[in-house]
Ligand binder design. Structure first.
Ligand SMILES: [Zn+2]
Length: 332
């Protein structure tokens, strides 16, 4: 029973990772059974998943490298594929809260006596810092180490990620993107085999977004700048929108709860260079005219007079960005 309980903890971490990335979950099978079978969906996208997961444990005796971690496969004689879906083989590195994903296609067929699959600690540590790190094993198998918030991206690109072992050159680009996303240019990405390009592009974007998001949320202590709510409902919003040339600097970001992010994007509320929060009276009038101003009073009462500011001055919204954003939105 103890073993079952530990598995269930691992499922919780997996589910939380998907939810934090905006995915919804349906169980295809009783979640007490391992491998876990579930459907994840977000917008128009959905995947059926079969998930094998074990804890990663350190070392395997004197004959093995000292920095090796492994999953010891128990209770499974052979991995079964998820037909019309994806099959994940995962290890959880508890010390650093990072997963390792192994390639199902390299482990088809009957498993031998006391089977295990390995990854090096170096990859796990990198993933902890950057979000994701690929690792090439001796047999051309590509293992991917990733933080739980990258689990959705890992699933979407699963087959192509594990295929990077087919090209040393493509693998180098993937590695560079996960380490220094800003230093990989479009020409380098265009040279990657077509079937692997999407993985490179989406990881580049995710790593950059993630860095922006984690910097902004940390500087605002995960608190909405307009109302103070935390509750893990907080987004990192761009002040000058990306499509208008807005940067990923922390000073072009502001932490907003889901409600106030939407209201900010819809131009219902903003803030000025003195950090005062302003509501858009003419918008409220328009909404009142069509009978859609329910909750307006509560909405207004819940707003702070000035935004909650990060303690570090350089993290605070830059005056120039505030003014540019308000110009774009037609506030001045
Ligand atoms: Zn809020």
């Amino acid at each position: 029973m103890a073993a079952r309980h530990r598995k269930y903890d691992l499922l919780d971490i997996i589910i939380q990772g998907f939810r934090d990335d905006g995915w919804n979950i349906l169980y295809i099978e009783d979640p007490n059974n391992h491998p876990f079978r579930l459907k994840i969906y977000r917008g128009e996208e959905s995947y059926d998943l079969r998930i094998y997961v074990w804890n990663l444990t350190h070392g395997g005796g004197a004959m093995r490298p000292a920095d090796e971690y492994r999953i010891q496969i128990t209770g499974v004689n052979q991995f079964e594929p998820e037909l019309n879906g994806k099959t994940l083989i995962l290890g959880w590195w508890r010390e650093g809260e990072v997963f390792a994903s192994f390639d199902y296609n390299k482990h088809v067929g009957a498993l031998g006596f006391s089977p295990s699959i390995q990854i090096r600690e170096q990859a796990l540590r990198k993933a902890y810092l950057k979000g994701v790190a690929p690792w090439e094993k001796d047999n051309q198998e590509i293992a991917i180490a990733f933080r739980p918030d990258f689990i959705g991206e890992n699933v979407r690109n699963l087959e192509s990620l594990h295929s990077f072992g087919e090209s040393e050159q493509d693998f180098d680009v993937l590695k560079e993107v996960t380490e220094n996303p800003d230093e990989v240019n479009d020409t380098e990405i265009a040279a990657v085999a077509v079937e692997r390009q999407i993985a490179v592009v989406s990881f580049k974007k995710k790593i950059r977004d993630n860095s922006f998001k984690s910097r902004v949320l940390t500087s605002y202590t995960n608190r909405c700048a307009f109302c103070g709510v935390q509750l893990k409902l907080i987004d990192a919003a761009h002040i000058v929108p990306v499509q208008h040339g807005g940067t990923d600097e922390t000073s072009n970001g502001i932490a907003l709860c889901a409600l106030h992010h939407r209201a900010f994007d819809r131009n219902l509320v903003t803030f000025n260079a003195d950090y005062q929060i302003l509501t858009n009276e003419s918008q409220f009038h328009k909404l009142a005219e069509i009978g859609l101003d329910g909750g307006a009073e509560k909405f207004n009462n819940d707003l702070r007079a000035v935004i909650h500011l990060p303690p570090t001055i350089t993290d605070r919204p830059h005056v120039d960005y505030i003014n540019v954003a308000n110009d774009i939105r037609g506030w001045r």
